[in-house]
Design a protein around this ligand. Structure first.
Ligand code: HSE
Length: 308
């Protein structure tokens, strides 16, 4: 028998212009799983948190991740999972990815690390597919590997770790509204006009250049999304007005985190991020919506083992 206790962080996907190809890990919040491998086969999952999760293991994102691990490695075993800490599903800060990443990382540790980083991401994407109906790694890769990630390609998976500028602060707010990623993906158009595509890839290039040169002003200018945000902002009360207030207070950008409803802003100073945090809180409270807010400095930490 072998047992591990694993943490995987929350994450912000898309970073504005990088729909399905960019994301970053948040250090403050995340999921914790205890995983035990014994001889035999089968999977049991126990939820020890207050967060409501499906009881059927076929509906839990952890299950396809474990199965993919066994399929890729040819190994076998009975896996018992206890969910000890859980980000609320539908929050937009990578709830399904945190569980999927923790499960992939935990499996790899239980079986003496047969998989590479990219192979663990492939396992974690099985969980994302169950949750959202699509194979995307823009939450799962940062939740596993930490930092800011570009997924240059999916076929084959090509993951690039981007530099984190020294003065890069995010304010993140998670309003108590649930937006299912499946729904938020289903309302997107199937095609993008050439005009929007040109604006979008100009911004992706600008964002990467800004990260490499540590130019947060450029990062902020580039964090514009013409592909998903116009269709998704309807889920967030007075999104445009909130962004105006946040930008007027000195932040460089504000966008939807992943498929929402969480939003995040970026700035090059902690006090500006703290101001954004207050504005977000006031905004949602004035709409009768409670919210959790955090200010985080983006770091390089991803999934990790915890002491048992
Ligand atoms: N890139 C995904 C989306 C992230 O925007 O649908 C889901 O959190």
């Amino acid at each position: 028998m072998k047992k591990v206790r694993v943490f995987a962080p929350a994450s912000i996907a898309n970073l504005g212009c990088g729909f399905d190809v960019m994301g970053l890990a948040l250090d403050e919040v995340g999921d914790i799983l205890e995983m035990t491998a014994t001889e035999g086969d089968g999977i049991t999952i126990t939820n020890r948190t207050d967060v409501p999760l499906p009881e059927d293991i076929e509906e839990n994102v952890i299950t396809p991740v474990i199965r993919k691990f066994f399929e890729m490695t040819g190994l076998s075993g009975h896996i018992d999972v206890v969910i000890c800490q859980k980000i609320y599903p539908g929050s937009g800060i990578g709830s399904s990815a945190a569980s999927s990443a923790a499960a992939a990382y935990g499996m790899n540790e239980l079986f003496d690390c047969p998989l590479s980083d990219e192979e663990m991401v492939i396992c974690a994407m099985e969980g994302e597919n169950l949750a959202s109906g699509g194979y995307h790694a823009d939450n799962a890769a940062p939740a596993l590997l930490g930092g800011i990630i570009l997924i240059r390609g999916y076929e084959p998976l090509d993951i690039i770790q981007l530099p984190i500028p020294g003065n890069f602060y995010c304010a993140v707010s998670h309003p108590e509204i649930v937006v299912s990623t499946k729904v938020a993906r289903s309302i997107l158009p199937k095609a993008v006009s050439m005009h929007d595509a040109i604006r979008q890839w100009g911004n992706v290039g600008g964002l990467i250049a800004g990260l490499y040169s540590g130019n947060i002003g450029l990062v902020g200018r580039a964090m514009k999304d013409f592909v998903a945000e116009p269709y998704r902002k309807q889920f967030i009360p007075e999104f445009d007005q909130l962004r105006e207030k946040i930008l007027a207070s000195g932040s460089m950008a504000m966008n939807i985190s992943g498929s929402g409803p969480s939003v995040f802003s970026i700035s090059d100073r902690r006090e500006v991020a703290t101001r954004a945090e207050e504005i977000m809180k006031e905004h949602f409270t004035s709409h009768g919506i409670g919210c959790d807010v955090y200010v985080v400095k983006v770091t390089n930490k991803g999934a990790k083992l915890l002491a048992q």
